[in-house]
Design a protein around this ligand. Structure first.
Ligand code: 0GY
Length: 295
């Protein structure tokens, strides 16, 4: 089936730079996606955008180019609850990728187990309104309790202005919870202001919460190559919660409107937010291995 890419869609960087920062041995890119290819793995009818194809082979080539050892591939909303492209990539990875799927309440235990066997270790709940239709909270709670016995966690995507309304629901979840992109803070506000303070409180008061310190390119007003305005937010989380942070490229960077990041420059951002060898090792190796490869 042929798909028309959403008008104005920016394709991923064709030739990312080789980063100056050498990631530690065994490093994991813990947030990235595969898109299609649409001819083999059609995009979901309910999708809000149609991306350009971004295959597992292209993802694994980027992994090698940047010096990473492993990937965590996160189901993107353009594939809905059809996780076939994700599972195909996991199976082809030779145990070098784990996955986060999106499931609905009709999923059977047999299907969950098959995904677990392929390398899925989490399910994603998305609250970003431009990406998904609304799902009732009782459905999400039911799904969280279904996946908990497998040792899976929940990955959550929301925007900072929605955290006050979501806070109690999130805090009630029974599993480890990983928040995408630091809860999308408005980085023009102070790093110690009330908005980001609420997010920090979520992690401080709930030890089952983790954060991805990813996507400076989505959050920055000052822009590349330095993403200087994002660094204090990410650094604060890395230093406050060194054992509960993850990092990822977000390749192939869906829905970027004004610029497409150079993935090599994103890797060069890591030492600005994890400033010691120990913090870098926890962020890139120890934490993702513990969450994704030890169960
Ligand atoms: C991201 C960010 C976005 C998209 C998705 O699943 C998705 O479609 O997550 C976004 O548009 O902000 O993490 O990939």
């Amino acid at each position: 089936m042929k798909f028309e890419v959403t008008p104005g869609w920016l394709a991923f960087h064709p030739n990312p730079s080789i980063p100056s920062f050498k990631v530690p041995a065994g490093a994991v890119d813990a947030h990235c996606h595969v898109f299609g290819p649409g001819e083999t793995f059609p995009y979901a009818a309910e999708r809000k955008y149609t991306p350009c194809d971004a295959s597992k082979e292209q993802l694994f080539a980027l992994r090698d180019r940047l010096g990473f050892d492993k990937n965590v591939i996160v189901q993107a909303t353009c594939h809905g609850t059809d996780n076939r492209a994700l599972v195909d990539a996991l199976r082809a990875s030779n145990n070098r990728a784990r996955g986060v799927a999106t499931v609905n309440r009709d999923i059977t235990d047999t299907e969950l187990q098959a995904m677990h066997d392929a390398g899925v270790r989490g399910t994603r709940f998305n609250f970003v309104k431009r990406l998904v239709d609304f799902t009732p909270r009782e459905v999400l709670t039911e799904i969280a309790h279904r996946i908990a016995p497998l040792g899976w966690h929940v990955v959550i995507y929301f925007e900072a202005q929605d955290l006050p309304g979501l806070y109690d629901f999130l805090a009630s979840l029974p599993t480890t919870v990983v928040v995408d992109h630091m809860g999308r803070p408005d980085v023009t506000k102070p790093v110690d202001g009330p908005e980001f303070e609420l997010f920090v409180r979520l992690l401080r008061e709930h030890e089952n919460f983790w954060s991805k310190v990813s996507c400076p390119d989505r959050l920055s007003a000052s822009g590349p190559p330095g993403y200087a305005d994002v660094a204090p937010f990410a650094r604060r989380l890395v230093e406050s919660f060194p054992d509960r942070v993850l990092w990822g490229t977000d390749w192939p960077h869906p829905n970027m409107k004004t610029h497409m990041p150079d993935d090599g420059q994103l890797v060069d951002f890591i030492p600005c937010i994890a400033t010691t060898l120990e913090l870098q090792r926890k962020l890139l190796v120890d934490n993702p291995l513990r969450l994704y490869w030890s169960r």
